[in-house]
Design a protein around this ligand. Sequence first.
Ligand code: ZN
Length: 77
Amino acid sequence: MPGLFPPGALPRRLPMIRMHVADAGHLPGGAKGIRFECATCGHDTGWISDSWTITENRRGHPCPVCNPEAQAPKHRS
Ligand SMILES: [Zn+2]
C-alpha cells in the first residue's frame, strides 16, 4: 500500500531551541526564582519567578529569540 502522503508532505514542527537553567534560587522577596540561558544565541532571561516544575525546568524552555514563532500565534502567508 502506497503511503498516504508523498515524502515531505507531512507538516513537521520546526526544531525547538531550548534555553537551559543557568541558575536557580530565591528572589529577594523569598519566592522561587530561576534564570535561563540559551546556548545557541546567548539570550539570558535574568532572574524570573519560577512557576514551573523541576521536570519542566530540566527539560528547558523555548528561547524567545531563537523561536519567535513559538511565542506568538503563527501567521504564515
Ligand atoms: Zn536563543
